[in-house]
Design a protein around this ligand. Structure first.
Ligand SMILES: [Zn+2]
Length: 373
């Protein structure tokens, strides 16, 4: 190697070192450092802000899982795609005689892939059953182990199965059914492989039999509500429009959301609560004297908005009390009696909503109008 080559090589090394030095000084120059610092601070802030959201956001999803008998992380399953709860298939019976899982009914241990609903032969035989959600009938007839069976296909890959039914089928394959539509009756006597009349109820998710009690809840004796008055999500826009056309002081989004929450809490249709204010207070016309006070108790709970306890409530409190009262008065209704009439019937052992027995006709009229709006 010549001396020139050598010196060229040295020169190249020097230039390389210089470039490296330049790069390092740029990296540590004050402006680059500031930008890096800002990026780190923003990332840290985001993490700090997200931590409570992650923790508390998840907490709402944590619920009691009856199939596992423990608290766990579960997605809510009780709510149908239409926003209201799935319907218990036998509204008149809340008793479960056999749960999902292992059992022995005298024929050796077996894995019971559904729940049995029954309440003694007299209260069970030929009792009507209802579809837990809207769907399409994909089976209606005899099946091994099920006696007569109806299978309904719902949205979200969900099937509901109703076994040990009466042989007189009330639906056929291909029919579409509404949520809560009557689809048959519980069979009489020993039907299929069973010990007595009962509904064998199954839910299948993606073909797998899952615990129905993760989806439907038996109505507790004091919480039963007829389907026509039970909760459905408030259609805020149309109800608002309806109330505005009547110059109602209740025509605000926040009041309607309050009424929706009260209805949801007690499983009462919020539109029905609004209809009652129509009968009780003509929906509280905004230009009426004391409209602001009446709007705090347009259901006249505790007798009247005008005096005593009834005059000291907020709209939210009176909505909750009205909903709770509707539930109380809905109990013990004979099957042939109109559910709205029952609320003012003098035969109702739980009391009555209004002195005037014609009350129910007005409420029904308003209720129909709001639902059809
Ligand atoms: Zn069963």
């Amino acid at each position: 190697m010549s001396a020139i080559d050598k010196s060229l090589e040295v020169l190249e090394k020097v230039q390389k070192a210089r470039r490296l030095y330049k790069g390092i000084t740029l990296l540590f120059s004050s402006s680059t450092l500031l930008i890096a610092l800002a990026v780190i601070i923003v990332v840290l802030l985001l993490i700090i802000l997200l931590i409570p959201f992650i923790i508390f956001g998840e907490e709402e999803k944590m619920r009691y899982d009856p199939s596992m008998a423990r608290w766990g992380w579960m997605e809510p399953k009780f709510i149908d795609t239409d926003g209201s709860a799935y319907v218990w298939p036998v509204p008149t019976i809340s008793r479960i005689t056999s749960y999902f899982g292992n059992r022995d009914i005298g024929e050796g241990a077996e894995n019971h892939k559904g729940i049995d609903i029954a309440d003694g032969a007299a209260n069970t035989e030929l009792v009507p059953i209802y579809a837990m959600a809207a769907g399409k009938i994909i089976d209606a007839g005899p099946a091994v182990g099920y006696g007569q069976v109806v299978i309904v296909e719902h949205e979200n890959e969900l099937l509901s199965v109703y076994g040990h039914l009466d042989w007189r089928m009330e639906v056929k394959v291909g029919d579409t059914v509404e949520k809560g539509q009557r689809i048959g009756r519980i069979g009489a006597g020993r039907v299929g492989r069973s010990t007595g009349p009962h509904l064998h109820f199954e839910i299948r998710l993606l073909g797998v039999k899952v615990n129905p009690l993760d989806y439907v809840k038996p109505p507790s004796a004091e919480r039963y509500m007829p389907l026509e008055l039970s909760y459905r999500p408030m259609r805020v826009d149309v109800t608002l429009k309806y109330l505005k056309s009547r110059n109602s002081a209740l025509a605000t989004e926040s009041i309607l959301q309050m009424i929706d929450r009260a209805g949801k809490e007690h499983n009462v249709d919020p539109h029905f609560l609004v209809a009652i204010t129509g009968q009780e207070q003509s929906f509280v016309p905004a230009n009426k004297k004391h409209a602001d006070l009446i709007a705090r108790n347009p259901w006249n709970v505790f007798g009247c908005w005008c005096s005593g306890k009834g005059a000291q409530l907020t709209t939210e409190e009176s909505a909750l009390i009205a909903a709770k009262t509707i539930v109380k008065l809905s109990q013990s209704r004979p099957a042939h009696v109109d559910p709205v009439y029952w609320l003012v019937s003098r035969d109702n052992p739980h009391g009555y909503y209004a002195e005037h027995t014609g009350w129910w006709i007005g409420v029904k009229k308003f209720y129909k109008a709001i639902l059809e709006e």
